[in-house]
Write a protein that binds this ligand. Structure first.
Ligand code: SF4
Length: 215
C-alpha cells in the first residue's frame, strides 16, 4: 500500500469509527427520558442533521413544534427554518455542507401546546448529548445561534461571550473557534434585523474560508 492509499485507508477507517460513534449517540438520544415534559416528543438527531465531517456545526435552541418536531430535521419547514435557509444561501452554503443541531434535542411546549423556552434543567440534561456530539464531529468552527445555545455551550467549556458585543466574531473556545450569531427566528429580528443577520453570516463564511480563528 503506497502513502496515498494508506492515507485514504486511514481516512475511511476514521470515517467509519465516527459514523459508529454517531449512530451510538443517536441511539442514546432516542432512548433518553431525562426530561419529563419531553415524553412523546421527537429526539431530533439522526441522518438529516448534516455530514459528520462538516467544518461548521450550528447549534440553535430547540426543535420547533412545526419544524424539527414535525420533520425530524432541525431548522426546516417553520419560519425559523426558512430564515435559516435564506441565511445559508446569503453565505453561499448548501444545507448539506453544514451540520445543524440544538441546545436541547426535544421540542419544549407550554401547557397550551405552544413552543416554550427550554428550562435550565433541560439544557443541563441535554448538555451530555451536545458534549458527545462535539467530541464526535470535532468541527473547527461552532456557531451558537442565540443566547440559549451560548448558555448550553458554556456548560461544556466556559466562555465569556456576549452575543450583542461579539456577534459574528470568532472566539477561541475549547480547542476550536466559537462564533455567536443571532437566532434566525422571527423574535430575534427585534434585536438584529434580518439584513444585519445576512451580513453576519457572510462574515462567518469569510472566517471559515480563511481557516483562521479570527479575521
Ligand atoms: S431534551 Fe435532551 S435530555 Fe431532555 S429528554 Fe430530550 S434528549 Fe433527553
Amino acid at each position: 500500500m503506497n502513502v496515498v492509499e494508506r492515507a485514504n485507508n486511514n481516512e475511511s477507517t476514521n470515517g467509519a469509527a465516527r459514523a459508529a460513534a454517531y449512530d451510538a449517540l443517536v441511539a442514546r438520544a432516542q432512548a433518553c427520558r431525562l426530561c419529563p415534559r419531553m415524553e412523546g416528543r421527537r429526539r431530533v438527531l439522526g441522518a438529516g442533521n448534516g455530514p459528520l465531517d462538516a467544518r461548521v456545526l450550528f447549534v440553535a435552541e430547540a426543535p420547533g413544534r412545526l419544524g424539527g418536531d414535525r420533520t425530524g430535521v432541525p431548522l426546516v419547514s417553520d419560519q425559523s427554518g426558512r430564515n435559516f435557509a435564506r441565511l445559508l444561501e446569503a453565505a453561499g452554503w448548501r444545507r448539506d455542507e453544514v451540520f445543524v443541531s440544538n441546545a436541547i434535542l426535544c421540542n419544549p411546549r407550554d401547557v397550551q401546546g405552544r413552543n416554550d423556552a427550554p428550562a435550565r434543567v433541560e439544557i443541563r440534561n441535554c448538555s451530555t448529548h451536545l458534549r458527545d456530539l462535539l467530541t464526535i464531529l470535532d468541527p473547527p468552527y461552532v456557531v451558537a445561534l442565540g443566547r440559549v445555545a451560548l448558555d448550553a455551550l458554556a456548560l461544556i467549556a466556559p466562555h465569556t461571550i456576549a452575543l450583542r458585543r461579539d456577534v459574528a466574531t470568532g472566539v477561541s473556545w475549547d480547542g476550536r473557534t466559537l462564533v455567536p450569531l443571532y437566532h434566525p427566528g422571527p423574535r430575534a429580528q427585534l434585536h438584529r434585523p434580518f439584513a444585519r443577520q445576512q451580513e453576519d453570516v457572510v462574515r462567518l463564511r469569510a472566517l471559515v474560508d480563511s481557516g483562521r480563528p479570527r479575521l
